[in-house]
Design a protein around this ligand. Structure first.
Ligand code: MG
Length: 452
């Protein structure tokens, strides 16, 4: 049987891999699996209205009662599904992908992306020709839903508003022409911040910058922070579930440093708490969590795995190195605006600049790399690699992670989407991290060569 779902929903190039016909059948299949009451929303992509209408048609054909929330950040739709006790949700979005892409994220009744067994049942129906269609007097109905008002209030309710207002912070916000613009600036204003924005009009062509917030694409935000004298800057991805921070000097910060900052405060206030993150995350997260008396739970790479680990284990904080932060008391899924509010609260409470707060965290040097390997050889190559290398500790949660007693580590994991192995290394110096990646790239490449 074919597979539709990747690591986070279904994605494809518009009108090539992803067509109206496909979305209609996929939505009908998902509706038949999830249940009757389904919320739907979209990001700001040029093709999102087209795919939303297709998905609504599919849902109605199997008798669903559809709540149309319109354009909104993904976490706002997820919160509505959870709060209104709906049976599920469909978000039309390709998250941070380039503008020619679109996709669907399917949420279960708890608002978290659907577990794999729901995806499998949906795929089974899809590939068997689609679910049984309802007769004329049983087709579904559609009504509108205002999810964003509640969402903004919910985010604000999780932080100390008076404390943040008292700090009088100035923030620069870069929604990257995505739907975070519908929530983040207003939330910051309601928290008493002076708000400056860039790329804050919704435009599915993403003219301002690529939709994925990365250190190499946030020059504009960094310049705005410096020019406006802001205390911090924040950039969001296209559907508003991920965010990255810029400190008051204009320095762009990797996601796992902001995750570590929030984790440190969370464990301080919740003694012994568990925090979930993927094996590809920096040691800085583990250092601050264990240092504060908490426990780190390592997971496979991917936000859905982290969220599902949190749900299953009752874990209330999770994070990813790309800037995804899951704050369980609000939602056990990523939410960029919630991350913003939490960082504002930490800054207000500490009364220190963001660069100083992040500077207090341990610092490591990182390096990434990749090696080509045909998909069918990945498993054997990984087994051979594990047999060929030595380390002080070997972990196989996702790929093979080698730990050394000086605190360095390197992770080799097969990409789920491309015929490559990804390598991630971290060490006390850049030279060491670079060397680890180079050396292991050679080992992996020669193993792959030997298997061809
Ligand atoms: Mg996203």
């Amino acid at each position: 049987m074919g597979r539709l779902f990747g690591t986070n929903g279904v994605r494809g190039v518009v009108n090539e891999e992803l067509t109206v016909e496909k979305v209609t059948r996929l939505a009908a299949s998902a509706g038949a699996v999830l249940g009757e009451r389904i919320a739907i929303g979209t990001d700001g992509r040029t093709s999102s209205p087209m795919f939303k209408d297709a998905a609504v048609s599919g849902l109605l054909s199997v008798g669903c009662e559809v709540r149309d929330a319109g354009m909104l950040p993904t976490p706002a739709l997820q919160l509505a599904v959870k709060r209104l006790s709906l049976d599920g949700g469909l978000m039309i979005t390709a998250s941070h992908n380039p503008p020619e892409f679109n996709g669907l994220k399917v949420m279960a009744e708890d608002g978290v992306e659907a577990p794999r067994d729901v995806e499998e049942k949906t795929e089974e129906l899809f590939f068997s020709g689609g679910p049984e269609l309802r007769p004329w007097d049983q087709v579904g109905s559609v009504s509108s839903l205002d999810a964003i008002t509640d969402y903004k209030a919910a985010v604000i309710s999780h932080v100390d508003t008076a404390l943040i207002k008292g700090a009088g912070l100035k923030i620069a916000i870069d929604p990257g022409n995505g739907v975070a613009t519908l929530a983040a600036p207003e939330i910051a204003r309601r928290l008493g911040c002076e708000v400056h924005t860039i790329n804050s009009d919704i435009d599915g062509r993403f003219p301002g910058r690529p939709s994925e917030p990365r250190p190499d694409t946030l020059e504009g935000l960094s310049a705005l922070v410096r020019a406006s004298g802001a205390d911090l800057g924040i950039a969001f991805d296209g559907d508003g579930d991920r965010s990255m921070f810029v400190d008051e000097t204009g320095a762009i910060q990797w996601g796992d440093r902001s995750v570590a900052l929030v984790a440190k405060e969370f464990v301080r206030r919740n003694p012994g708490a568990q925090v979930a993150t993927a094996v590809s995350s920096s040691r800085v997260v583990e250092d601050v969590v264990t240092g504060a008396g908490g426990k780190l739970v390592w997971t496979k790479v991917g936000s859905v795995v982290i969220s599902r680990t949190m749900v299953d284990g009752g874990i209330m904080l999770g994070g990813e190195e790309n800037g995804g932060l899951m704050y369980g008391p609000h939602l056990q899924v990523r939410d960029g605006s919630m991350a913003m509010a939490l960082v504002l609260e930490i800054m207000a409470r500490a009364g220190k600049p963001l660069s100083e707060l992040l500077g207090e965290l341990p610092s490591y040097s990182q390096m990434k790399g990749k090696v080509e390997c045909p998909n069918e050889l990945k498993q054997r190559a990984l087994e051979e690699f594990q047999g060929a290398v030595k380390a002080d500790r070997i972990e196989t949660i996702d790929g093979v992670k080698l730990w050394y007693d000086d605190g360095s580590w390197i992770l080799i994991r097969p990409s789920g989407t491309e015929p490559i192995f990804r390598l991630y290394a971290e060490s006390s110096t850049q030279e060491k991290a670079d060397h680890m990646v180079e050396r292991h790239k050679e080992i992996v490449a020669s193993i792959v060569e030997g298997l061809r």
